[in-house]
Design a protein around this ligand. Structure first.
Ligand SMILES: O=C[C@H](O)COP(=O)(O)O
Length: 226
């Protein structure tokens, strides 16, 4: 299972790169907007410096035509590095661009996936990752679990190396459901990570354990025990 964070906030990336079993960082223009008008390429290079070469960095194009998408992809890889996963929306232009860019050896994440149909086409176009939008599917009454399960099945059947990178999560239940239904990777916003880990139930258990220990040995850790 690969865990990625869906943010370009440097402080949060530094934090979760230390604390989580992190496989990478994902972004899109809406996520970039949260940081204001940053120095785009320098900011992404800093993210690469933080996470290193062995973790994945996914960066989205903004061009709409095939030529624009291809040009965006080349600029991103020139400015950052060839290891970046280029996120391309899975529409007709996007699929055409994916075919061209895969032939040139670029890494591709087919994004904005709402249906198994889109995912099947991106799989056939040899995208490295398929990014179904879990919460956005639910908002449209599309069965997100079923789409992910069907894509997982299609990938298995094809014997392809393509992975499902589920995205657009608004709570932890959605994340675990995506994993259960066959997502190989999940990208999670820092609000959801925080909501899942910093909860009163966990803190209460930790406090109880600490108090029980303290009642026996006093206010010392195991390492400091005499
Ligand atoms: O890049 C995809 C994002 O995970 C979409 O998330 P969102 O639905 O919260 O905007």
């Amino acid at each position: 299972m690969e865990i990625l964070v869906d943010t370009v906030n440097l402080e949060q990336i530094r934090r979760y790169n230390k604390t989580l079993p992190l496989s990478g960082v994902t972004s899109n223009p809406t996520i970039v907007k949260k940081e204001g008008r940053i120095n785009f390429f320098e900011h992404l290079r800093e993210i690469r410096r933080i996470i290193g070469k062995n973790k994945a960095l996914h960066v989205q194009v903004v061009g709409s035509t095939v030529d624009e998408i291809v040009a965006d992809a080349h600029r991103i890889t020139e400015e950052i590095d060839q290891d970046v996963y280029i996120k391309i929306p899975t529409n007709e232009e996007g699929l055409a661009a994916i075919k061209i860019l895969k032939n040139k050896g670029l890494h591709i994440t087919a994004t904005a996936i709402y249906t198994a149909f889109q995912g099947e086409l991106a799989l056939a176009a040899h995208a490295d990752y398929l990014a179904p939008y879990y919460n956005r599917m639910q908002n449209m009454n599309i069965a997100a679990d079923q789409v992910i399960a069907e894509l997982a099945q299609a990938i298995k059947k094809s014997g392809s190396q393509t992975k499902i990178l589920a995205a657009s999560f608004h709570n932890v239940e959605q994340v675990t459901a995506a994993i259960k239904n066959g997502a190989h990777a999940v990208t999670i916003g820092t609000d959801v990570v925080n909501a899942g880990l910093n909860v009163p139930l966990i803190s209460a258990a930790v406090t109880d354990f600490k108090n029980d220990w303290k009642s026996l040995y006093g206010d010392v850790t195991i390492a400091a025990l005499k």
